[in-house]
Design a protein around this ligand. Structure first.
Ligand code: ACO
Length: 310
């Protein structure tokens, strides 16, 4: 009966077993996963856009090759995640349609413009750095296909973070103009990176249930604090200043205290009012429409192949 299946499900989650696509699961668990995994997939795909803007302007062949590889990785991450979400009974087309219609969210971070080349380094260092901290625990998320997708994603994110830091290092050790560019990028990306972790725990409607179901393994605030604690020494090593006058080591907590985050800005960006939100969605829709011939050709090829086999 339903109560029995429910209890068995809860027991498996509590024992840290993976739940697999054909296993029974509560409807709310399925819905939460579709929400989180599809948002995550959309973030990877929309995240290609701010970097794509710099492909033709990368300062050297080496940087261009790295950037190209990174953007292709993000596309792959989107594909693994869409595939994981599909195992929950939602179609790729439904998810795409929800993104284009503005019904599905994607990370706030991708609604900010990339103004200089240093932004590409800062994104690798900070945005991918934040993504890793959020995603490493998700390798142990309770839904098997999501957890397994995370394993490869985390390996690639780690390369992304390192190339970003290395690029920042070169700017930070460069000419005064390059150093100013690096500092300016940190100034603009720092606070939005902290917002990637989501609202504070006492204002995070989904956290409690997602933690109980072990979909999330750490809370938003805990991961945000961890990110700050690992990133501050990295900024110091670059000789750059984190744009937070209240940032201060707290020996009792063995962590950094930090200043107030502008949550009004966060919620405005979540509502779709980010600085370049309209351009991002327009770019996605344009790509979807102008490349429909690729999908049609693939479908026609598959139909021919099946005909032949028959
Ligand atoms: N950007 C956009 N929306 C956000 C963000 C953000 N940075 N943070 C929270 N939200 C949304 C949530 O999706 C939720 O809205 P919903 O109920 O309509 O889905 C609402 O704000 C309230 O937040 P929470 O209750 O804290 O939501 P949740 O428990 O899902 O936690 C979090 C949010 C931490 C982002 C979680 O979903 C998660 O870990 N997702 C996987 C990682 C991910 O998506 N990363 C994408 C960026 S990194 C990258 O791809 C490079």
């Amino acid at each position: 009966d339903d109560a029995g299946r429910h209890a068995a499900f809860e027991a498996r989650v509590a024992a840290d077993e993976f739940i697999e696509p054909k296993d029974w699961m509560p409807e709310a668990y399925r819905k939460t996963l579709i929400r989180q995994i599809s948002q995550h997939a959309h973030s990877e795909i929309v995240g290609m856009l701010p970097e794509g803007n710099w492909l033709t302007r990368a300062p050297s062949l080496r940087r261009k090759a790295i950037l190209l590889a990174k953007i292709q990785d993000e596309c792959g991450h989107g594909l693994y995640l869409y595939a994981a979400a599909e195992t929950l009974g939602v179609s790729r087309d439904e998810m795409t349609e929800a993104l284009h219609a503005g019904r599905a969210k994607y990370s706030t971070i991708f609604n900010y413009p990339t103004l200089t080349w240093a932004d590409i380094g800062a994104i690798g260092w900070l945005v991918d750095g934040a993504a890793i901290l959020n995603q490493v625990p998700l390798q142990r998320t309770s839904y098997g296909p999501y957890a397994r997708a995370m394993v490869r994603i985390c390996k690639e994110e780690s390369f992304h973070q390192r190339q970003g830091y290395e690029s920042m290092m070169q700017l930070a050790n460069g000419t005064p103009a390059q150093q100013r560019m690096a500092q300016d990028a940190l100034d603009r990306w720092w606070w939005p990176s902290l917002m990637m972790f989501g609202p504070p725990d006492d204002n995070s409607p989904n956290s409690a249930q997602s933690m109980r179901w072990r979909i999330k393994r750490d809370t938003n605030d805990k991961l945000r604090q961890k990110f700050i604690d690992v990133t501050v020494p990295q900024a110091q090593a670059l000789g750059l200043t984190i744009p937070d006058p209240d940032l201060k080591w707290n020996p009792a907590r063995e962590s950094y205290d930090y200043g107030a985050i502008d949550w009004a800005e966060f919620y405005a960006v979540v509502r779709g009012e980010g600085p370049v939100a309209k351009d991002r969605i327009k770019a996605r829709i344009d790509a979807w429409e102008s490349q429909s011939w690729v999908r049609e050709a693939a479908m026609a090829h598959e139909a021919k192949r099946q005909n032949k086999a028959a």
